[in-house]
Design a protein around this ligand. Structure first.
Ligand code: ANZ
Ligand code: ZN
Length: 791
């Protein structure tokens, strides 16, 4: 027997697979399909570390098993290559981002291929390729046509370091998610996508995704942030204008002892001539403008505010005049930007009322609990509504004094960036015609070559400086016009790329409808948990939009979603160049082999857990493969019963475990099988079956063994083994129970039960002969007999 030489074997089979094209995906109507997808990577300059491939190995195992089970598999890979990191890298190193991206992709691809992943590389896509982003721009045009893309001049989040506008989703608290700089609000012309129009469907349809992890659905629900309540009008004393508030607690209306408007509220401007302390109000507005949302609404923060002098509001239920405040704990862009404050039942209102000496009137019976009582209960001090439970009173009071209203926390998506390395927004500005979309036939609008990619800092993209590109003719009036110079955010391409894999080279359509109907939806999607909101909300939004246009046939893009647990460095920290703790997969593959790396990463622990890398533990995976290799020396001609039973148990368990993403327990079961086979020997047929189970995990070594066993064709397109149900239940054996040598009864026990286990079961079965007796001794013959010797 030859030695297990991973270098020779792995190289040989990778070349063979590339030549034979066994992993190519085909639309085959007689087969069921499995679309297995990884979140495609951003090809960074650092290359892959050993943590990156964990998810790819898992989908690889899953797709390999699906293929062996007779499915037509689509398991593609591509590159999400637009965005700030490539651009910043380009600025620093003075190379065109395209060059940097090309180089990085080459490196990433080599690394992925080295691991033996079964991607169909003929379907590779790249978001920065004009043939790809043509369709990203095309979707934008459709959004524009349907009124879902619009220009806005409102203040947006501005990162002073990246010098670009950002969406709410791009912030972590109040800092830029990319560079950690505190963001500012800055009024700027922006392109916005009306994602709020899809908020309700994005929320409701989560119910149709039973195979998504609950925590991801929960983050999406929170992000969408639906609140059901009411809008209630409060008349004002000196003008016919009314102040409309949004509340989720209309049942507490009788306890509203003041109202508050946000510092940015338009009512303030309207009341200016009536307000006698206008300079105080203005000063407060200026202060508030310098703070961000987090600072303004932080819990426990000292409440500030100024009362409006010269005008009051009227509580429509009590008909009492109440004061109006401007205070920064009320945000301008949520609800109506104004609230009714109920200090007896709201924490923040209570703090504020204490500070400003405002009456606190309880209207929900708190049964003696402390104030403020924020729960539901029975109404009091509320005229004819007193005595009603909150839920009933909410409806009645809304009916009488307001109207039902639902709001969402999700904001429209700020979709433009003032940077170079992104898809140009396909819009033309004409002095006569206004905003004119680029005609479809003129797509793609290609990114021009520039000398400098540095952001200008003026709020304009570097594209604005290229007059040859900017100046164009208006498609409508043929007069002089200018191109839009903002580009799309990094999230654009990834919002629909999974559709392009179904039909990557189509020149006429985003995807051919027949191909789309065959492959859609994605059956399994695996990637980082950090995408729970942004990417996965944006992609669902675009998908639903395309569904409404009839471009896609399913309401949801991804049926099953699993997030990968991170592989941390040996020191327990994040693996990062910065900490100098990165392990390069190239070195591991070289020293131990790709199969060892794959088995090790899947054996580390539960797939979704974060676990630290340990190079020392790799040896275990390597030894396991070596033992599988040496089973060649244990070949026997007639099958051993217990080996056969073990094998069927292993077939069942490995299949179930792969389906459930429990790769670690699948591997343990295979290890148990190998232990047994080493002792009792293994037939050629059993060996073949076993390596077929191992093939998705360790594709190279199993392919080699397959050919050594004289099999023709690739193991990876062989049939997935079937288990025999009867061999699973034959796992028990009959044990005779004797009392002092006399057979009294018999019991069924699992094969290889211990003496203790058999004794416990036998004592129960033979209880009537054993009561009150003590044993002199017990004779135990494994799998056969137990004899209680009594006086
Ligand atoms: C009266 C009231 C009484 C309220 C009570 C709460 C408790 P969610 O669930 O987050 O939607 N609110 C409304 N608009 C606001 C704004 N622009 N800035 C800050 N707070 C605002 O919260 C809805 C509640 O938050 C609303 O219900 C309102 O206060 C406040 F015992 O109205 B409530
Ligand atoms: Zn024009």
């Amino acid at each position: 027997m030859r030695q297990y030489d991973h270098k020779k074997i792995e190289k040989k089979w990778r070349n063979a697979w590339a030549k034979s094209g066994i992993y190519r995906s085909k639309e085959t109507s007689r087969k069921k399909k499995a679309y297995v997808l990884d979140m495609f990577p951003y090809p960074s300059g650092e290359g892959l570390h050993v943590g990156h491939p964990k998810g790819y190995i898992a989908t690889d195992i899953y797709s390999r098993m699906s293929r062996m089970q007779g499915k037509s598999v689509l398991h593609p890979m591509g590159w999400d290559a637009f965005g700030l990191p490539a651009e910043n890298f380009a600025i620093k190193n003075k190379v065109h981002p395209r060059r940097a991206v090309e180089k990085n992709i080459k490196r990433f691809k080599e690394q992925l291929q080295m691991i033996g992943l079964d991607y169909d590389w003929t379907r590779e896509i790249n978001t920065t390729d004009p043939d790809f982003y043509k369709w990203t721009q095309w979707i934008f045009l459709k959004l524009f046509e349907k009124g879902l893309a619009y220009q806005s001049f409102e203040p947006i989040n501005w990162c002073p370091s990246c010098q670009t506008g950002l969406a709410n989703e791009d912030l972590e608290g109040n800092v830029c998610e990319r560079c950690g700089t505190v963001v500012e609000k800055r009024p700027m012309r922006q392109w916005i996508l009306r994602i709020t129009q899809y908020a309700e469907r994005l929320l409701q349809d989560l119910e149709f995704l039973p195979e998504w992890q609950e925590h991801i659905k929960e983050s999406q629900r929170n992000w969408i942030g639906k609140s059901e309540g009411a809008e209630i009008d409060f008349p004002l004393t000196v003008t016919p204008e009314k102040l409309t508030v949004f509340t989720t607690r209309p049942d507490t209306l009788f306890g509203a002892t003041y109202v508050v408007v946000a510092p940015e509220h338009e009512m303030l401007g309207k009341l200016r001539s009536r307000i006698t302390n206008w300079t105080d109000i203005q000063r407060y507005q200026t202060e508030a403008a310098s703070k961000n949302e987090i600072e303004r609404t932080a819990e426990g923060k000292e409440k500030t505010g100024v009362q409006l002098q010269g005008v009051r509001a009227v509580n429509p239920a009590t008909r009492q005049e109440i004061p109006i405040f401007v205070a920064d704990y009320v945000l301008s862009h949520y609800g109506t930007g104004a609230i009714m404050a109920v200090p007896a039942h709201d924490e923040r209102d209570f703090e504020f009322a204490k500070k400003f000496n405002i009456p606190v009137i309880p209207v929900i019976d708190s049964d003696g609990s402390a104030i403020p009582y924020v729960g539901a209960g029975t109404l009091m001090n509320s005229e004819e509504f007193s005595g009603m439970p909150s839920e009933v009173a909410k409806a009645r009071i809304t009916e009488r004094f307001g109207q039902p209203k639902t709001t969402y926390k999700i904001r429209d998506w700020v979709f433009s960036r003032q940077r170079y390395w992104g898809e140009p927004i396909p819009i033309i500005h004409c002095d006569r015609c206004g905003i004119v979309p680029v005609p479809e036939k003129d797509l793609p609008v290609k990114l021009p070559e520039v000398k400098h990619y540095e952001p200008t800092g003026t709020g304009e993209s570097p594209l604005a400086a290229i007059s040859k590109w900017v100046n164009t003719t208006c498609p409508k009036c043929k007069g002089k016009a200018k191109r839009e110079t903002n580009t799309m955010p990094q999230w654009a391409g990834s919002s629909w790329y999974y559709l392009r894999f179904m039909d990557p080279k189509n020149k006429k359509a985003l995807v051919d409808p027949k191909k789309e109907r065959y492959w859609a939806p994605v059956d399994l999607y695996v990637g980082g948990a950090e995408h729970a909101t942004r990417h996965l909300i944006y992609a669902r939004f675009w998908h639903k939009f395309l569904y409404d246009l009839g471009i896609v046939s399913t309401a949801e893009p991804f049926m099953r979603l699993i997030s990968v647990g991170l592989i941390q460095a040996e020191d327990g920290r994040k693996m990062s160049k910065r900490f100098g703790n990165v392990i390069n997969p190239d070195d591991i593959v070289d020293a131990y082999g790709a199969d060892t790396l794959r088995v090790y990463e899947m054996f580390m622990g539960p797939f979704t857990d974060a676990i630290a890398w340990k190079t020392a533990s790799l040896i275990g995976a390597r030894r396991f493969l070596e033992r599988v290799w040496r089973l060649q020396e244990k070949l026997v001609t007639s099958p051993d019963d217990s080996t056969e039973r073990d094998l069927h148990k292993t077939i069942k368990k490995v299949g179930d475990d792969i389906r459930n993403f429990k790769f670690n327990t699948a591997i343990s079961q295979m290890m148990i099988f190998v232990n047994g086979a080493e002792k009792s020997g293994i037939t050629k047929a059993q060996y073949r079956t076993f390596i077929a189970l191992l093939a998705p995990f360790a594709p190279h070594i199993t392919e080699e063994l397959w050919s050594l066993l004289g099999q023709r064709g690739s193991i990876h397109v062989s049939k997935w083994p079937q288990y025999d149900e009867s061999k699973l239940t034959a796992d028990t054996t009959t044990i005779v129970v004797q009392i002092s040598g006399k057979v009294r009864t018999q019991i069924q026990a699992p094969v290889d039960s211990t003496e203790k286990e058999v004794q416990d079961a036998a004592e129960k079965a033979a209880a009537k002969w054993l009561v009150g007796k003590s044993y002199k001794k017990i004779v135990f013959v494994a799998n056969r007999l137990i004899n209680f010797v009594i006086d």
